[in-house]
Design a protein around this ligand. Sequence first.
Ligand code: EPZ
Length: 406
Amino acid sequence: MGEITVSGGKNTSVAVIPATLLCDEPCTIENLPDINDVHVLIEILKLLGCKVEYIPGKHLIVDPREATGYTVPYQLSNQLRASYYLWGALLGRCCRAEVGYPGGCTIGSRPFDQHLKGFAALGAEIEDRGGMVNAKAEQLIGGDIFFDVVTVGGTINVMLAAAKAEGTTVIYNAAKEPHIVDLANFLNSMGARVRGAGTDVIRIRGVRRLHGCTYAVIPDQIETGTLMIAAAATRGDVTIHGCIPTHMEALTAKLLEMGVAVTENDDSIRVRPRGDQRAVNIKTQVYPGFPTDLQQPMTALLCMAKGTSTVCETIFEQRFKYLDELRRMGAKFKLVDNTALIEGVSELYGAPVTVTDLRAGAALVVAGLMAKGVTEIYETSYIDRGYERIEEKLRMLGADIRREPI
Ligand code: EPZ
């Protein structure tokens, strides 16, 4: 029996922190997870000239009033994917942005053509050369953007650029993830006029000024899901507090289909074992479908389900690299194009394994919790980018997991 409280959302925090650059007064952000991506973005704000007070676990106060910078070097931008939100935030703030290419998990080609298409629709001139994106405009003018693909990053970046543009911007085929809604709520808390977030049409009426506010980001949907999967993996009776059950519906439905007992309350979810765990079929989709970020930990769980499961990854073209690491632990699977066929086994065995990206790290932790013997997980810095002290949380739930210096 274990109880745990989920941290603030990584993917919402990495959008809200750059958005503070749009404010004309100091603003305070609460419930930020104490993770590396947050730390790097705070360094970038300081580099741009913002006054920052950051107390991990308490708040981040950003005063952007004297910030004059608009350049972010590649050495900083390539440390995370979300550095590309500085394009939209700096364009929205000062109509100038010179930011190095983003980094982030190598789970596919991850182009950003739709982001640049959105900026151009607002009147920005874009130069994409030498690993840098330089964007500038006399004045951003609201316009209509129809995304060719549903893109979380592209939707967020256009929201940031459009918040203070002249006139109205309409984003068609917008992403609907919870962190898109959270960013809209933050912008509106500062006086922006964003409507329709959470649907596939978002309307933004530009405003001249944004006033300060205090804003707490939503809990992490993917950490909540990872903890739910870890509970099922260890057949523990676990209650996750401080989460938003409606954000978890696609995963909850699949765990129930597997035969795991899941009970929802207002802001908590309880996961309990209930006999054998059956194989299921997963297809990742944009929200509210099954999240691609939970594909990897879920696949680890399915390695010991009864029967053969299929996991179809429709969002990213290279998000199965971690399967080779699971094979070292005894997992049985076949990869056919972008679908993994997983044959459930009765045992997984501990082994030394290496993390290839953030959510692959989560998958290896889940597999290690299920395996007989000790699993040594290397390159854990990937995990620390997106999970706040994951081993402490799992230990509180009874897991035998510890971090050792190598
Ligand atoms: C965000 O990545 C998240 N990262 C990812 O989480 C998440 O997996 C992804 O959204 C989908 O939910 C952050 O929020 C920092 P996309 P992003 O733009 O914005 C294609 C994690 O583990 N595309 O929605 O990069 C793209 O190639 C990370 O927390 C274009 O073709 O995702 C992909 O196939 C991993 N052109 C698809 O769209 C573009 O201009 C979805 O990408 C943009 C995207």
